[in-house]
Each structure stands twice: as C-alpha cells, then as structure tokens.
Write a new protein. Structure first.
Ligand code: BGC
Length: 421
C-alpha cells in the first residue's frame, strides 16, 4: 500500500472507531507554515518559496496572521504550541526563537546544516539566534534592515531635494515638502512602526557604539544619558511632518502614500521596497533608497527566520525539505529580490537585485566586518520580547503625546526596561 493510502485507510479506521484522527495523517508531504506576510509585496515574495516546494512535491498549508511586525502572529503561535499543535515552521524574530528553543520545542536541523555548511555562509551574529548549544533549530531566509528612507523620486525632483546626510538635513528636506504642500512623512502610528523609526533615530543621534551600549548592553548610564534625551528630542521633531490621519495606519498603506506621490518619504525597513516592486516601480527611476540620515555604514538588522517545531516523525521529511528550500541559494535570491531584504547567505550573488538590493548586500558585508551590524531593538534582535515591548510602549506614548517631555521619556524608558528585565 502506498504511504498516502495507508494513512487515509488508517485515518478512516480510526474515525470509524471513534478515535481522534491525527491532523498530520492526511498528508505527510505537506508543510504548515505560520507567518505574517500578508501585504502585496510580502505575499509575492512568499509565493517564490511556495512554488519551489511545490516543484519538489510538497503542498503548503498556509497560516497567515495579519499584523505588521508579527505581534498577532506570535500570539497565535503561542496558543498553537501550548495546545500541542505547533506548525511545521513559523516565521519568527530573534529572541522569540531562543525562547522556544530553550523550552525544548524546536527540532534539530544539524543533519542538513552540517552537510550544507550553513555555519560558513550565515553571518556569525545571526547564528546566535539560529542555533542552540551547537544545534541549528531555526533558519534565516533573509536579512532586513530598518535604517532606510523610501522616497518618491518625482516628488523629490519637484521640491528640488537632495539626499539628506544628517538629521538636520533630513528636517530641512521635510520642511521643503511641507512648503510644497506634500505630506512630508508617511507614517503608520502603531507602536512597532514608531519603535522601528526610533531605532534609526537613536543610531543617527548616538552612533553605533552608543546604540550598542544602550540597547544591547542596557547600560543604565547610556539609557539615561543626554544623548538618549536628544534622540527623543529628534523624534519629537518628526511629529510635525506626519498627516493628521497617521494613527493606527498599517505600514503598507503608508508605503502606498509614497508610491502614489501623496507623501515624500517613509522611514521603514526594506520590506517597504517589496510594495514598490509589486507596484512595478523601479529603484533610481521611480523611488530612491537612502540610509536613514546619519546611519550610513551601519545596518540595524532584523532577519526573518523559520523556527522548526517538533513535529511527528512522519512529517520530518517535509520539514527538512522546507529547510533545504529556504536555505537554497536560488530561493534566497528569488525571495529577497521581491521581499526587499537581502539574502541571509553571504554567498548569494547580487546579480538579480536592483540598486537598493545591491547596496543592501554590500552594506551588510561592510557593517558585519566593521562591527556596526546591530540588531533592531523593536524587532527583538537586541533584547527579548518583554523588553522590546516595554521600549515600543514608551516610544509610542511619547510620539502620541501621552509622555510629554524628552526628560520624562528617558525616565520612563529606564523604568519600563527595569521592570521588564
Ligand atoms: C518582518 C518583515 C515584515 C514586516 C512587516 C517585520 O517584522 O521581519 O518580514 O515584512 O515585519 O510585516
């Protein structure tokens, strides 16, 4: 009897006996994947992985949980794991993966990792999140970075703008747009979006050594410093350039404002580029990508990993096929060309990428060598989720005026981080 027929027959027999039918019995050549890639660009990028697996003979059972930044997805994942029903794999960020690994919920992928020498091609900084006690249990499909500006080129030309090289020049550029009657800054007023923007503001204000001291080391002096206060002052300046309807807006709707020319610029991770790509907009011609002013030479990263959960033994083959696909140079190129991110594998050529992608790839290599490749605080690559959430809470309260002064914001930030430790 063929394997599939065997499972169908046993499932029918089991249900005839009134026994619970295991969810996996229907098809062992299937992967169930949880993710939050629901925008146009995200879905188009994911389609490259789905079709690669389809060619290998694996079906894809989609568990999409909308919500940029992934907070809603992480809640669903937690519930599935608690119910003993984890997906084959889940999109995951940084410290979330380490928590599941520590709890013994992830599968060992060393059988593939050793054969394919993943340790040689993935940056060491990322391996902290992909391995536990020398075992690979999560795999990175990309490297995103958050310190970018995405600019509508026609609007830029109309206002006679040039690339801002520091924060003051950025403010001058936003002023030009305002005078020309264009919305200067497209923002979605959600905690994770404001936090993501503040990651860049802190880097621009204090530089990489300060960023690391404050966010990676949680050095109390750095967190309470005049530099941190200045970063909040700078964030406050940006408030003057958003439109009145920014609160609660999804990130991709903010990107659409820039694509349409209703707004000049969005400060966002390079997943924003995926939206330009699916709208058939061309880098350098229709839109511009610059590093957030004052952060050139640094990369504030967040990498999308798939955490590989413990699945019944008969689903293990499908899980390994998924891991193999994600780590294949072909998928890492095709997926990231659309997603806006760059390959997590350092050996994938930049040939298929546009000018922003080529810059992204070169920037990651340079920053990694220079020690300026640092994890995003908001995206759970500098600290575990409780601290990252405490941080975005303070940032959003400040941006929306609930915390009134930069002095108060600095004090609240230290307090919230201490409480979350
Ligand atoms: C993820 C990206 C995703 C973005 C918006 C980030 O946390 O790393 O892959 O596109 O959220 O949903």
């Amino acid at each position: 009897m063929k394997l599939r027929n065997f499972y169908l027959a046993s499932a029918m027999a089991a249900s005839a006996l009134g026994l619970a039918v295991p969810a996996h019995a229907a098809d062992v050549k299937q992967v169930q994947v949880l993710h939050w890639w629901t925008s146009g660009g995200e879905a188009a990028a994911l389609a490259t992985l789905k079709s690669y697996l389809a060619k290998e003979g694996y079906a894809w059972k989609d568990v999409p949980i909308a919500g940029g930044g992934g907070a809603a997805a992480m809640t669903t994942l937690k519930a599935m794991v608690a119910a003993g029903n984890p997906p084959t794999a889940s999109q995951i960020l940084g410290y979330y993966a380490l928590d599941y690994a520590k709890a013994g919920k992830l599968n060992d992928l060393n059988v593939l990792a050793t054969k394919e020498h993943w340790d040689k091609v993935i940056p060491k900084a990322l391996q902290k999140f992909t391995t536990t006690n020398g075992k690979w249990d999560a795999i990175p499909i990309n490297i995103h970075s958050v310190n970018w500006l995405w600019i509508n080129k026609a609007v830029m030309d109309k206002i006679g703008g040039t690339e801002p090289k520091n924060f003051d020049e950025f403010i001058a550029l936003l002023d030009k747009a305002k005078k020309a009657g264009v919305i200067p800054l497209a923002l979605g007023g959600q905690p994770w979006q404001e936090g993501t923007m503040f990651d860049s503001v802190v880097m621009s204000t204090g530089g990489p050594a300060f960023y690391k001291k404050a966010f990676v080391d949680l050095d109390p002096t750095a967190l309470k410093s005049a530099t941190m206060k200045k970063a909040f002052d700078n964030l406050a300046k940006l408030r003057a350039y958003v439109d009145p309807n920014y609160a609660g807006r999804d990130w991709n709707l903010a990107t659409a404002m820039v694509i349409k020319g209703d707004a000049l610029v969005q400060v966002m991770g390079d997943w924003a580029k995926g939206e330009f790509t699916v709208a058939h907009k061309v880098a350098g011609k229709d839109f511009l990508c610059y590093r957030f002013p004052g952060t050139e030479g640094t990369v504030i990263y967040n990498t999308d990993m798939f955490a590989m959960f413990q699945v019944p033994a008969d689903l293990r083959g499908a899980q390994l096929a998924l891991a193999d696909a994600v780590m294949s140079p072909a998928v890492q190129s095709a997926f990231n060309v659309i997603k806006g991110s760059v390959p997590a594998r350092m050996d994938v050529p930049d040939t298929a990428f546009d000018m922003c992608g080529k810059k992204g790839i070169a920037d990651v290599k340079k920053a990694d060598a220079a020690g300026t490749f640092v994890g995003s605080m908001t995206q759970n690559y500098a600290q575990p989720p409780a601290i990252a959430t405490a941080y975005t809470d303070v940032v959003t309260k400040f941006f929306h005026g609930e915390i009134k002064t930069s002095d108060a914001a600095v004090a609240e930030l230290s307090k919230a981080i201490d409480a979350a430790k």
